[in-house]
Design a protein around this ligand. Structure first.
Ligand SMILES: [Zn+2]
Length: 340
């Protein structure tokens, strides 16, 4: 089969890779209907995260079940399925508490590489959620978003306790931040302040429910949020970047007693203890347990209540994966959808 492989920084190729097979009785093999390039794929693409030789890429996916192992009970060939970037059994104590991305048997789908024609999905019953029937083609992008960026933005909004009567600030205008706006709106937030310096992203943020846009960042941006909130700061802040600056911006934009939901993958973030102590904010986040939210998100998407697929502003055939990476790296695209 064909699949995207990162050979060196900036060098993505679509190579012939071995066809996946059932390796464990709990596996399924799916035929990918769509996959995409994640902001986190850009870390190794830019050489910031080292790779150890040619590396299959991709961890977001929707597809059709081709084959299931002998112990798979709930899935059958032909079903359209959505999964998250961690395979999980969905039965251990951690999963049942809603933290499937930290399942005691979690396996990263990034190690499998879903920017491909086919993929093996471990722990298929726990990992995959079937849609009601085969969705129409215009729903595929939204369902693909649920696989990571929507599920992650949703978790950030839940972790930040976004809800009725709350003012939510969103740090980060990539796909996760934008869908954090959508999630906060859906959860009933009264006011949503998006940080963004890019016109196209500001427009999408407003369409997803942002009531205010702040174009400055760092302490200047924090001062603007305070000004908009009677000097107090937001009740809830979503952090969707993962740098020192963005994390401190999120903590400082939040009022005492408020909540920060952080989902940007941390790159060398160090929290100053004394400032954290006196901030009085709750911090909760990490790799989003997307699987917890998939059934609800699939319902909202297939009933057309939300349209998270609009974050994809570039669609390419899988064979042009290299251009998909370049466009995101150069910020010409928010998010690239790949069609195998
Ligand atoms: Zn588990």
């Amino acid at each position: 089969m064909r699949g995207a492989v990162l050979h060196a920084p900036g060098d993505v190729r679509v190579d012939n890779r071995p066809d996946p097979t059932i390796e464990q009785p709990t596996d399924a093999v799916i035929r990918l209907v769509a996959a995409c390039v994640c902001g986190s794929d850009l870390w190794p693409y830019r050489g910031i995260e080292p790779i150890d030789g040619p590396t299959p890429m991709g961890h977001e996916y929707v597809g059709v079940v081709e084959e299931v192992g002998s112990e798979v009970r709930d899935l059958r060939p032909g079903q359209f399925v959505v999964g998250s970037f961690f395979a999980s059994d969905n039965t251990c104590d951690i999963c049942r508490a809603g933290y499937q991305s930290r399942c005691v048997h979690a396996e990263p789908m990034g190690a499998i590489g879903t920017q491909a024609e086919y993929a093996r999905v471990p722990l298929a019953d726990g990992t995959l959620v079937a849609t009601p029937g085969t969705p129409s083609d215009d729903l595929v992008a939204g369902l693909l978003a649920a696989s990571d960026v929507l599920g992650t933005g949703w978790f950030a909004a839940v972790a930040a306790e976004a809800g009725p009567g709350r003012t939510v600030a969103v740090v980060g205008d990539g796909a996760v931040g934008l869908l954090g706006v959508l999630a906060a709106k859906q959860l009933g937030a009264e006011r949503i302040i998006a940080f963004s310096r890019h016109g196209d992203r500001q427009r999408l943020a407003r369409e997803f429910g942002a009531t205010d846009v702040v174009t400055t960042r760092g302490d200047e941006g924090v001062a603007e949020v305070r000004e908009l909130t009677g000097g107090l700061g937001a009740h809830s802040t979503i952090e969707a970047v993962g740098t020192q600056e963005s994390m401190m911006q999120a903590i400082r934009a939040t009022r005492p007693g408020g909540h920060v939901g952080y989902v940007g993958v941390s790159h060398d973030v160090q929290l100053p203890g004394a400032e954290l102590f006196f901030s009085g904010v709750h911090l909760h986040g990490g790799p989003a347990p997307v699987r917890r939210f998939l059934p609800e998100l699939i319902d909202l998407i297939t009933s057309r209540e939300i349209d998270p697929g609009r974050v994809f502003d570039l669609t390419l055939p899988l064979d042009q994966a290299a251009e998909g990476y370049r466009a995101m790296d150069e910020r010409r695209a928010i998010k690239t959808l790949l069609r195998p």
